[in-house]
Design a protein around this ligand. Structure first.
Ligand code: ZN
Length: 260
């Protein structure tokens, strides 16, 4: 797959879930939004970005086995249009470095480059496939899952003007509502690096769109002292074993990223 290091294998996810179930207190978004100061001692909120089908086909059975809730931040247009995410289309045609390059372009230039890619219909069983609308509906009804926003097409928000950002943020929330009947409460910024991938303007638009909380990709333990619109997360990459995750949670992350 393109960006293989960003895709955790099912066996790794299983090891992470076993560790979280045995050593931590998995929580759902509602537990956290309602009463952040009265959570269990080791609360863990699992999140997935983008909305690959593999969340449904591979991750869901594992999360069910360990009864671990998760929030899924969905980029909606690829699900509706049955197309790969833009970065997977571009990586397949031009290589991964072209994607990194495109992320630093203005929105207009990024759109122009995307327009030059072949349309490329999804093949059955494509590991890059986004969730189908039926699968999104099914996850919206599932007791362990909650759907959140992640823009309509996954642009770098900080590179776009205010009108485009609003369309991406509000349009995504409306698409989630019309597709799956949910009023999304949480949002994750595409790519997620503060002041690089999103701006103060993006934050304002996310607030205005009706969200209650938003997540960045800045590594760290989330805490009530953080802004509700820029909550930290730890990114899990492929190749992280269960014992390694345990070590990070109990030792290395705790030493580097103090929680308050
Ligand atoms: Zn993403």
């Amino acid at each position: 797959m393109a960006f293989e290091g960003l895709h955790v294998r099912a066996s790794e996810l299983e090891a992470h879930c076993r560790l979280i179930r045995e050593s931590c207190d998995p929580i759902r978004l509602s537990d956290w939004l309602g009463a952040e100061r009265s959570l269990p001692p080791r609360p863990v909120l699992v999140t997935f970005d983008d909305g690959y089908r593999s969340v449904f086909t591979l991750a869901k059975p594992i999360l069910e086995r360990y009864e671990i809730p998760a929030v899924l931040f969905v980029t909606t247009r690829p699900a509706i249009e049955r197309q790969r995410f833009w970065y997977d289309r571009m990586a397949a045609e031009l290589g991964e470095s072209a994607v990194e390059d495109a992320k630093s372009c203005s929105y207009d230039e990024w759109s122009r480059r995307l327009g030059e890619l072949a349309a490329g219909r999804l093949a059955d069983g494509d590991p890059h496939a986004p969730l189908t609308v039926d699968e999104l509906r099914s996850l919206a009804q599932h007791p362990l899952f909650e759907l959140g926003g992640h823009t309509s097409t996954h642009p770098i928000l900080a590179q776009a003007g205010v009108d485009v950002q609003r369309r991406e943020i509000e349009g995504n929330r409306q698409e989630l509502e019309s597709m799956a009947g949910v009023k999304a409460r949480a949002f994750a910024y595409p790519n997620g690096r503060p002041r690089i991938d999103y701006s103060e303007e993006s934050i304002r638009l996310v607030r205005e769109a009706g969200y209650e909380v938003a997540f960045s990709t800045r590594p760290g333990f989330s805490s009530p002292s953080e802004s509700q619109w820029e909550r930290s997360r730890f990114l899990m990459l492929a190749g992280t074993s269960g014992p390694e995750l345990g070590h990070r949670l109990a030792y290395s992350w705790s030493r580097t990223f103090h929680s308050t």
